[in-house]
Write a protein that binds this ligand. Structure first.
Ligand SMILES: NC(=O)c1ccc[n+]([C@@H]2O[C@H](COP(=O)([O-])OP(=O)(O)OC[C@H]3O[C@@H](n4cnc5c(N)ncnc54)[C@H](OP(=O)(O)O)[C@@H]3O)[C@@H](O)[C@H]2O)c1
Length: 335
């Protein structure tokens, strides 16, 4: 088993997740940039030395979990496949490639059957949204989704986490705005309505990811999706305000019932007792939390939901490891 980008935020969590879920790893091979050779990571109480992520280091690997960014994935994933590995890629590089399944196991695990070596792990904000939307879609057919995200700084990797930490300390110390590090503007005590680059029509690439990936994962091109993605000064846990319009009417009670039965979802929806999901609750958690489920009275068949999940776990490392588990369960590794 190889983990590419093993020293990164997601790579580190992938290794912890393999350990925590007792994944059947015979040998863990952590790969990263050449300058990191000689460093090591801990796995099951042993130290495993970092090697350079290069073609020859994929020899003998069955599964390679990639989390080193799109440039590395575009270059190295086909090479890993050439050496006999199945790649689960966490970057955006292969997500919309028609030959690569884009998988959230609770939603579309069957798509894995069509894989040709590279399987893409969706964008973190999309994963947590579709885990909740799919069970509702199956019952009431979702026609339109309007989502606003509140995304944690760790979604931008280690540099995002450090930016919030340093800027917050500096702001409190000097009592005024600080030079931004890591984001376009100061993120401490601020929100930035801009994630990834701007594209056509004034939308960002992050917003288009939510639009296009949702349709691909749900296997339904007819769902209309529009998104506004916002970075907030939170270390861990993405939150989303999601409004949906369905073909047939579904009451909030019915939605709660179906979600309570859905794998990977925890319903936390008791406003009278001040119970609703918040990002601080997602610390060290695998589940996707949903609450504030209520009717949208402004349309005929509408619901509002508030969805929270840990962006490093279900949004990245956990989903990738679940895909790897499913590959083994279905006997879908390259022979
Ligand atoms: N963070 C999240 O919530 C999240 C969620 C979903 C998806 N993702 C995706 O996951 C990927 C990694 O994100 P991250 O947050 O873990 O970033 P990160 O903390 O910056 O980690 C990336 C790691 O990959 C290494 N690396 C860079 N180029 C490499 C190469 N060519 N070969 C091997 N290793 C290389 C980096 O080394 P240096 O640090 O020395 O450069 C670093 O150790 C990105 O594609 C990101 O979009 C992240």
């Amino acid at each position: 088993m190889a983990v590419v980008g093993a020293l990164g935020m997601v790579g580190t969590e992938m290794i912890r997740t393999l350990e925590r879920r007792n994944f059947p790893v015979h040998e863990l091979r952590p790969l990263d940039l050449p300058e990191n050779e000689g460093k090591d990571v801990e796995f099951r109480g042993q130290r495993a030395k970092i090697r350079t992520a290069s073609e020859r280091n994929f020899k003998g690997i069955d599964i390679a979990l990639f989390s080193a960014g799109a440039t590395a994935s575009l270059d190295l994933a086909p090479k890993a496949v050439g050496q006999g590995a199945v790649v689960v890629d966490n970057s955006s590089a292969w997500r919309m490639d028609p030959s690569c399944p884009l998988v959230v196991p609770e939603v579309n695990a069957d798509d894995l059957e069509q894989h040709r070596g590279i399987i893409a792990n969706p964008n973190c904000s999309t994963i947590q949204m579709v885990v909740v939307l799919k069970p509702i879609h199956d019952q009431a057919k979702i026609e339109r989704v309007v989502v606003a995200t509140y995304q944690a700084t760790t979604g931008a990797g280690q540099k995002g986490s450090l930016a919030l930490e340093r800027e917050s300390m500096q702001f409190c110390k000097v009592g005024r705005a600080v030079d931004p590090e890591g984001f376009q503007y100061q993120i401490a005590f601020n929100v930035i309505p801009h994630i990834d680059v701007f594209q056509e029509g004034g939308y960002t690439r992050e917003e288009y990811k939510m639009v296009n990936e949702t349709k691909k994962i749900m296997g339904d091109e007819s769902i209309r999706v529009t998104a506004t993605c916002v970075r907030v000064p939170v270390f861990y846990g993405h939150s989303e305000a999601v409004n949906i319009e369905t073909k047939s009417k579904m009451s909030p009670e019915a939605a709660r019932r179906v979600l309570e039965e859905s794998p990977g979802v925890v319903v936390l929806d008791d406003p009278e007792n001040l119970k609703y999901p918040m990002p601080i609750m997602s610390d060290q958690q695998d589940a996707t939390f949903v609450g504030r489920i209520r009717e949208d009275f402004s349309i005929k068949n509408g619901l509002n939901l508030w969805i929270v999940s840990n962006n490093i776990r279900k949004g990245a490392a956990l989903n990738a490891v679940q895909i790897a588990e499913e590959l083994i369960r279905r006997n879908l590794l390259n022979k």
